[in-house]
Ligand binder design. Structure first.
Ligand SMILES: Nc1ncnc2c1ncn2[C@@H]1O[C@H](COP(=O)(O)OP(=O)(O)OP(=O)(O)O)[C@@H](O)[C@H]1O
Ligand code: SF4
Ligand SMILES: [Mg+2]
Length: 381
């Protein structure tokens, strides 16, 4: 019975337990009492693996990461990421939000050490104390799948069409353990149960074409989590699903995250998927992180003009929500051009309604508090 003191905002909970700060409560809160803004949790059962000291080291620490794709002789390498700094802590859910081409998948590929050959990459990617860029491919393969896993975006295309899905999950176990065939099957079946299948025998023996889109996504989650990685990257895991199946997959992700405590990086175009789901959100524009902070704070009070424009594109829910009929849809004016990427100053300046002279000459980076960053000179105006 450890008394825990929490400060709570509507969408996120911060907990102070024995002087450790943890990003979210994962476990069972048995009894609480409210006092103003503070919730005092009197009795709680927390899983030790979910508890993390924010004052210790992050699980993943990215510094100054710049990635340029090689487009062939005679052309300058195309910049996809520019001086990205990001920490991911054990057990947290980080949402990465940005428009198409912002560099989200490039960031995922860099973390997974899966950038195409010939890509120029500088900066550092430190995972559990190891510098990922210094490891050779065979070492990276032992980490990929076992410690850092990805949930594939299109399982219908990524799964082998002529192999039973259960065997494809067991393959991941085989690659990372000494388990015999029986144990591999048992571990894979147990994982299928964890992602919500009751008829595990049928699913294990099925070929991909015999499963629905939602079922295939659950198989993809099982395949990613079967070795209990400490970091999971999901690059738009619900992109091709209808809203009902999307909700189902998010619930599976939430439930498996609660049980296994893996950190989850969820990449999406859709802010609605992150509200009430992620702990932190990172907003990307033109290969840069332009804003970062707790989801509830960023969504309630976005500071960067790009984030403000992005969130305006999504109507609130509720009976009077949505745009009025025949009303012009909101949009962020202009598009990102190659010239903007190379010009000095703020990369958003050509599209920004709040720009001033300084925005065209200097690059902004502002840290407001420890957990809130925004890259804008005029964020408080
Ligand atoms: N293999 C590649 N070769 C060359 N350029 C690439 C490659 N992959 C991505 N790019 C370029 O890098 C930039 C970032 O692309 P990326 O796929 O990371 O964006 P994204 O944010 O994931 O977009 P989306 O939301 O559409 O998936 C884009 O300009 C893209 O054209
Ligand atoms: S720094 Fe200037 S151009 Fe960039 S987002 Fe802020 S106001 Fe706009
Ligand atoms: Mg992408």
């Amino acid at each position: 019975m450890t008394p825990i003191f929490l400060s709570q905002t509507p969408q996120s909970v911060r907990c102070y337990l024995s002087n450790l700060e943890i990003p979210t409560i994962s476990g069972t809160i048995n009894q609480t009492c409210f006092a103003g803004d503070t919730v005092h949790v009197m009795h709680a059962t927390l899983m030790p693996s979910h508890v993390l000291s924010m004052t210790g080291s992050p699980l993943l620490s990215i510094r100054d990461l710049t990635v340029k794709y090689w487009l062939g002789s005679g052309t300058a390498p195309a910049p996809a990421l520019h001086k990205v700094d990001l920490d991911v802590w054990s057990g947290e859910i980080v949402g990465i939000l940005g428009e198409s081409g912002a560099g989200k998948s490039t960031l995922a590929a860099a973390i997974l050490t899966m950038l195409p050959s010939g890509t120029e990459s500088t900066g550092s990617l430190r995972f559990q104390g190891q510098q990922l860029q210094q490891l050779d491919e065979s070492h990276c393969r032992t980490i990929r799948g076992a410690q850092i896993a990805r949930i594939v975006q299109e399982p219908g295309l990524c799964l082998n069409p002529v192999m039973r899905v259960g065997d494809q999950i067991a393959e991941v176990v085989r690659a990372h353990s000494q388990h015999d065939r029986r144990l591999r099957k048992e571990q894979s079946e147990a994982m299928l149960r964890e992602v919500g299948f009751s008829n595990v025998e049928r699913v294990y023996k099925a070929y991909p074409h015999q499963l629905s889109g939602g079922e295939l996504h659950r198989v993809a989650i099982a395949q990613a989590l079967v070795c209990r990685p400490s970091l999971v990257i999901a690059d738009e895991p619900t992109r091709s699903l209808d809203v009902t199946a999307q909700g189902e997959i998010l619930n599976v992700l939430r439930e498996t995250h609660r049980k296994f405590g893996s950190a989850l990086v969820l990449i999406t175009h859709n802010p609605a998927l992150l509200a009430g789901f992620a702990d932190r959100v990172v907003i990307m524009y033109a290969g840069r992180i332009v804003e970062e902070g707790p989801v509830a704070q960023v969504f309630r009070k976005p500071l960067h003009p790009y984030t403000q424009g992005l969130l305006r594109l999504f109507p609130n829910s509720g009976p009077r929500a949505g745009w009025k009929r025949l009303e012009r849809l909101p949009a962020i004016p202009g598009t990102l051009t190659e010239a903007d990427q190379f010009a000095p100053g703020c990369v958003f300046a050509p599209r920004c309604p709040a720009r001033t002279a300084v925005c065209h000459t200097d690059s902004p980076v502002v840290e407001i508090q420890q957990d809130r960053r925004v890259s804008c000179f005029h964020h408080d105006e």
